[in-house]
Design a protein around this ligand. Structure first.
Ligand code: ADP
Length: 212
């Protein structure tokens, strides 16, 4: 779907209809000091592109279709907390074997590791666990804190962060998930999980007014 570039006259028509709709083609033409027939192609384009709806004997009215700016505005308003998932946390002393089972059981791609105070200490990805499984070690004897990516190298976000900001962190750091944390004086409590799937869901929600 390519974005539709509206010309100046079409933009003017949209403003008139937004403020005065429903309004007839004749009345729009009058306001623009043009003839009805001159406007006909513009009205057809605006109607076909879904910006305007036309009802017989009522006139044109604004359909509420979002312009590029409006879509950008709603993207900036999206918050992490509106699209988050439940976090799956494991203890630092859990074995790699049990962590692998946990990943399958919970059907997630990233586990967050916490200490005895339930504060974030690490992250375990699928490949962290796979890499360890390639060795000859007994997976029942290795605690996850040996292989996890650990604080302070964990990238996290807060529930009130903008989703765009969090998405940028996922891309910049080339990771699949961020823990959503709440800051305490002595550590970070894990309160949520934000993944690339959540971002895809948010992307889809931008299109929810359109038929897919
Ligand atoms: P995979 O390793 O399965 O491709 P990721 O791309 O998410 O999954 O992880 C890549 C590496 O980055 C792993 O070593 C993982 O421990 C680490 N990692 C994953 N998420 C984070 C995060 N939020 N902060 C810091 N490091 C992370």
């Amino acid at each position: 779907m390519s974005p539709i570039e509206l010309n100046k006259r079409q933009e003017d028509i949209l403003i008139i209809v937004k403020e005065n709709g429903p309004i007839t083609g004749e009345q729009i033409a009058e306001r623009l000091h043009l003839t009805r027939s001159t406007l006909r192609p513009d009205l057809a384009i605006l109607t076909m592109a879904g910006f305007l709806d036309a009802r017989p004997r009522v006139g044109y009215f604004y359909s509420g279709k979002k312009t590029g700016q409006a879509v950008t505005d709603s993207m900036m308003k999206m918050k992490v907390k509106d699209f988050q998932s439940i976090p799956v946390v494991v203890n630092e002393n859990m074995t790699v074997y049990d962590a692998i089972c946990q990943m399958f059981l919970e059907d997630v791609g990233t586990l967050f590791v916490v200490d005895k105070n339930a504060y974030l200490t690490g992250v375990l990805s699928r490949k962290d666990l796979l890499r360890t499984s390639l060795g000859q070690q007994d997976l029942n004897k290795i605690p996850v804190h040996i292989i996890m990516t650990r604080m302070p190298n964990i990238t996290y976000c807060f529930k009130n962060d903008s989703l765009i900001h969090a998405a940028k962190k996922l891309i910049d750091k080339q990771i699949d998930a961020l823990p959503i944390v709440k800051e305490h004086t002595d550590g970070y409590e894990v309160i949520g999980r934000l993944t690339k799937t959540n971002i895809t869901g948010a992307f889809l929600s931008l299109a929810e007014n359109h038929d897919l």
